[in-house]
Ligand binder design. Sequence first.
Ligand SMILES: C[S@@+](CC[C@H](N)C(=O)[O-])C[C@H]1O[C@@H](n2cnc3c(N)ncnc32)[C@H](O)[C@@H]1O
Length: 365
Amino acid sequence: MSNKSVLAYCRPGYENDTANEMTTRYGEVGLYGYPVSKKNSGFVLYHLYDEGQLGQAASQFAVKETVFPRQLIAVLASLEDIEKEDRVGQVLECLKDIEKPFSLFGAIDVEYPDTEDGKTLAKFCKKFTVPLRQALRKAGWLTAKENTGKAKLHIFFESFETCYIGYSLPTHASKDHLGICRLKFPIDAPSRSTLKLEDALVNMLSAEQQQKVLRTGGRAVDLGACPGGWTYQLVKRGMYVEAIDNGLVADTLMETGLVEHHAVDGFTYKPQFGRVDLLVCDMIEQPDRVAKLMGDWLVKHWATHAIFNLKLPMKRRFETVEEAVALIKTRLNALEDGFSVKVRHLYHDRDEVTVTIVRTSKDEV
Ligand SMILES: C[S@@+](CC[C@H](N)C(=O)[O-])C[C@H]1O[C@@H](n2cnc3c(N)ncnc32)[C@H](O)[C@@H]1O
């Protein structure tokens, strides 16, 4: 069945927020449509009113420029009532009716929602990939060898009976299966929160930005630091950290000699030497309060760069993020410097989003 829509994967429970974001963002650039989603399904379909705009939608936003989507796929067709026998044949049959957007795709990924139900499909999807890949190569859809520089074909199984067939562009897609970057918990880290900051450092900063922001011998402030998962990531990279929290910082971190602990309020703390390279903040507080505080530090140049979480309310989550980030951007835009601001609901985030702000010269942004 022809089904010209954009499919977004998201964290289960965030379908409404993802749908809101897609409707707003695509609407702003004239790609009008309507979202369809089921609660806790882990995905949203944004149906385009004008099917001819699918190519434009596919190249409009990179996943890393969005907040809630983990992956964005331009859907060419959907298949329902798939029978158990010869699923490969049914996918090929469906592709016959599709006008190819590219002469050849470079790879395929057979995927499923990140839900409990979705997990029951994982084994099947993995097994199904091999014969499907071979059949698609034979049918002239795929390059003979995997080519990550070309568009990727995604077959997304909502259930054993229903799937969506679409593509993503290498420049715009998440490179990860299901759009999920799984990180290994470092056994010597003091809390699982450490993975939130690692996810941000690895997936939100370019290699060049990482070098700039995480200088060995550089200085950082960690507001709401205890027990020290975020401080751990900074210390691991050779930074000195002022850890601010009334709680206790893990002894292993204090023993490195790189951490100073101050048991004071993060909202009134000032950097020891007037300025730090990086401010990080994971305090559980109202997002507008945190946004204001981060803005203060950047405007006063107490911190060159900042990485922080905005904790999300139960409702109006997309709007809350938009408002908090707009508040900061308005203040930063009035400054001489340029700033690269990114906001993502990362795999390791829960009811929060991560914001990275990297200071650059105005022309670099
Ligand atoms: C989610 S935990 C931080 C976890 C930490 N990032 C880690 O990786 O281990 C939030 C912390 O913020 C601290 N906190 C909350 N409000 C604060 C404030 N006003 N000043 C300083 N710390 C605060 C709490 O004591 C708590 O330890």
